[in-house]
Design a protein around this ligand. Structure first.
Ligand code: DCM
Ligand code: DCM
Ligand code: ZN
Length: 252
């Protein structure tokens, strides 16, 4: 996931600096994978990385879909984004240093989950667990479809176009944001009136993209890679822009 810390206004940049652990060296990007590492330790958090939507419907509704495998409401990535946004809003009240929440963890979870919700298959169908039970080939290698969208498309792009350097891909996306996508970016940043976070918008886009682009084919090679890479870049860009916009709203 991308964390465009440079897009933060002063208030949010200061809050992030305060909340990040010392080890992060004031780099939000360096801790964006923390939530994946704690899945095993904080077992309750593993259901918060995704949403399962009804098979083949290609739509998302919070009230219908945001629940875990036991049916507990709100336990999905959209609910988690709302929850950690609410927790972080308490930073602004006078007693912020004594918040009843761990706001460092809230920031790390929120940053990760805004990335996850933009991965189309993190809002995929229920019976295939977001493509985790769909076997495909990525070129000659056996893979599950979910992993293709989490990793392979990104890694193949890095290898082919950016000298195996993730920063090259990130720079290319940053470049697009300031040029080709500049007008779109303003729309990505907005969230409906009175809302600090807008995860339902992102989830609806996600399952639509999953149906249009992800759930197609078994033998995935150049044709799939070349046509899907722009979608992956777009979703990474949207995730990064919207994380920064959300933090600016929270701490503004
Ligand atoms: N991702 C990334 N850079 C990589 C590999 C993955 O930005 N080299 C992103 C793409 C997915 C997300 O990480 O959106 C996967 O997260 P998770 O492991 O929670 O599924
Ligand atoms: N995942 C998902 N939808 C599910 C289950 C899991 O999107 N119904 C995501 C979470 C992880 C990845 O898929 O990023 C692998 O999950 P697991 O380790 O639970 O197989
Ligand atoms: Zn995750």
């Amino acid at each position: 996931m991308l964390c465009f810390q440079s897009r933060l206004r002063e208030a949010a940049a200061d809050a992030v600096k305060q909340l990040l652990p010392e080890s992060a060296d004031n780099d939000l990007g360096s801790v964006c994978t923390w939530a994946d590492h704690v899945k095993f330790h904080y077992h309750w958090s593993s259901a918060l990385h995704f949403i399962d939507t009804p098979d083949n419907l290609c739509t998302y509704q919070y009230n219908r879909d945001c629940k875990d495998e036991d049916g507990v409401k709100g336990r999905c990535v959209a609910g988690a984004i709302n929850n950690y946004t609410t927790q972080l809003l308490s930073y602004n009240s006078a007693s912020s240093s004594h918040s009843e929440y761990n706001l460092t963890e809230a920031l790390l979870f929120l940053s990760h989950f805004i990335g996850d919700i933009h991965q189309p298959l993190h809002v995929g169908f229920t019976s295939d667990r977001g493509g985790n039970t769909i076997d495909v080939h990525w070129y000659t290698r056996k893979q599950v479809l979910h992993h293709v969208w989490d990793n392979n498309i990104i890694e193949t792009a890095e290898e082919r176009f950016y000298n195996s350097n993730i920063d090259g891909l990130v720079d290319a996306i940053q470049q697009n944001i300031t040029t080709d996508w500049a007008d779109l970016v303003k729309k990505w940043e907005t969230c409906s009136a009175n809302n600090t976070a807008c995860p339902d918008v992102y989830a609806s886009e996600g399952i639509k993209a999953a149906c249009d682009w992800a759930y197609k084919g078994k033998e995935l090679a150049d044709e799939y890679f070349n046509s899907r890479l722009p979608i992956v870049k777009l979703r990474l860009a949207q995730g990064g822009v919207r994380l920064a916009a959300t933090l600016n709203r929270i701490f503004g």
